[in-house]
Design a binder for this molecule. Structure first.
Ligand code: NAP
Length: 287
């Protein structure tokens, strides 16, 4: 297989690491938009391209002769990016890809790491791949438009993997939740979040490549968790004071619980089925 991973950040690089034992049978190309990252990526790949996926010449070069491409793009920079920034990163890149397809006859398989945010709010209800996405305006709408651009491509195997929020080395939850210790917060912390360990994001992508998955697949662990449970478990584990929920009206929507039934039906076995079992959180107990 000739594979190009476009965007080698947290997920793309984890996938590249995971694929190392498959080389040299696997011919691997990695991309970065930053010249200074070439050295870091060179050890992992047969070829490293400096490529902004919105640039047709650079994207064509990165994808030349490849049979499979995985797009793990994310907006650049540390600051929160607005919907226009998202549109530039995703929609412009996939519009560029579409325009190049006649010149890329060898490219049979296209994978994209989208986000469960396309489902929008379901008032705490369960959603699966059959649930019509309803992201509302803004970032989620851009991601949905990006998915539609790819899923509308004829004659290639396209798979959209909707990832939950990522955690893992370098993005550990305890550090992120520490700041909530002892704070007063409105509501009861009822909103749900859905998580996936970066190893499982990479594992699902690897399996999707190998078994040529198509369509949409939710990539989340087994246990959506309410913010109050997440915070309580993490702060307890760290020996820190809990959040004091003030009650009253919730400050935001209750969110949704994402089903991963299709992921399992496709044969993927989660390495980290819940936050507990990944060792991130202490044993579960709702206050
Ligand atoms: N992070 C999450 O919790 C989360 C949750 C749900 C879904 N996802 C999905 O997973 C994707 C990947 O997440 P991540 O955490 O791995 O992102 P990340 O660490 O920010 O990495 C994104 C990569 O995209 C590259 N990139 C940005 N703009 C580009 C462009 N125009 N052309 C080519 N490459 C470009 C960057 O390249 P260089 O910096 O090397 O130049 C960076 O390496 C997200 O964008 C999202 O769709 C993420």
């Amino acid at each position: 297989m000739n594979l190009t991973i476009v965007g080698c950040g947290y997920v793309g690089q984890a996938l590249a690491q995971r694929l190392q034992p498959k080389r040299p049978q696997l011919n691997l190309t990695l991309t970065t938009t930053r010249q200074e990252r070439r050295a870091e990526l060179t050890a992992l790949a047969d070829r490293v391209c400096v490529c902004d996926a919105t640039d047709p010449d650079q994207l064509r070069d990165a994808l030349r002769q490849c049979s499979s491409a995985v797009f793990c793009l994310g907006p650049k920079g540390d600051r929160q990016v607005d919907a226009d920034g998202y549109r530039h990163t995703f929609v412009d890149s996939f519009t560029c890809l579409q325009s190049l397809l006649p010149q890329l006859p060898d490219l049979r398989q296209i994978l994209y790491t989208s986000s469960c945010s396309v489902y929008g709010n379901a008032n705490g209800g369960w959603v699966d791949e059959q649930t019509p996405p309803d992201p509302g305006p803004g970032h989620g709408a851009v991601l949905l438009q990006s998915e539609q651009l790819l899923l509308g491509i004829p004659d290639r195997k396209v798979c959209v993997l909707r990832l939950g929020a990522l955690h893992g080395p370098g993005r550990d939850l305890d550090r992120r939740l520490r700041g909530l210790s002892g704070l007063e917060r409105p509501g009861t912390g009822a909103s749900y979040s859905n998580w996936i360990h970066v190893d499982d994001a990479a594992g699902a992508l690897d399996t999707a490549l190998h078994h040529e998955w198509t369509g949409v697949v939710n990539v989340v662990n087994n246990e959506p968790i309410r913010l109050r449970d997440l915070a309580w478990q993490s702060l307890k584990r760290q020996g820190l004071a809990p959040v004091h929920w003030l009650g009253g009206q919730e400050p935001g929507p209750e969110g949704r619980r994402i089903r991963n039934t299709r992921l399992k039906q496709l044969g993927y076995q989660l390495q980290h089925p819940s936050l507990d079992q990944s060792g991130v959180l202490a044993s579960s107990q709702t206050p």
